[in-house]
Ligand binder design. Structure first.
Ligand code: CMP
Length: 139
């Protein structure tokens, strides 16, 4: 299996609820290495750019408003099969469908405020990593 990198975000609800350590602890226990990390507060324009793929969806305005409502933590995670490992740790987008023991099943209360985001493919991971990090910011 290939060593991959993926982009993870702890969303404003995860930061506000004090779940940064809990989420990062799960990543580290699963063997994912943190290769870059920063806390930042996205502007609405930045949130709209990050989620541009969803611009036709009915939830786009609400999602981007939420994502720019408070600080987030962005990380590059690296490991074998990191994209899928991260998605398995997060659980399904809709917390009601997330498997027991996943981050979203354990903590999310809404489909939009679902604690974490993770890239869904190698192409998306490359784009999303480049959105947040330049070469100097990676170890
Ligand atoms: P994420 O994995 O960051 O990708 C897109 C985000 O849009 C998703 O998590 C949710 O936060 C949000 N989202 C997806 N589907 C819906 C929906 N039906 N209603 C509201 N928000 C949604």
């Amino acid at each position: 299996m290939a060593i991959e990198q993926t982009l993870s975000m702890i969303k404003p609800d995860g930061v506000q609820r004090g779940l940064i350590g809990e989420v990062i602890g799960r990543f580290e226990k699963a063997g994912l290495k943190i290769k870059a990390m920063k806390m930042l507060h996205l502007t609405l324009a930045q949130a709209r750019a990050f989620y541009a793929v969803h611009r036709e969806r009915p939830f786009y305005d609400s999602l981007t408003g939420f994502m720019s409502s408070g600080p987030i933590v962005a990380m590059i995670l690296e490991g074998e099969n990191a994209i899928q490992v991260n998605r398995d740790l997060m659980g399904a987008t809709n917390y009601r469908q997330a498997a027991p023991g996943t981050i979203r099943a354990d903590f999310a209360k809404e489909i939009e405020a679902n604690i974490v985001h993770g890239s869904d493919s190698p192409e998306t991971a490359r784009t999303e990593i480049a959105f947040f990090f330049n070469e100097l910011e990676k170890v």
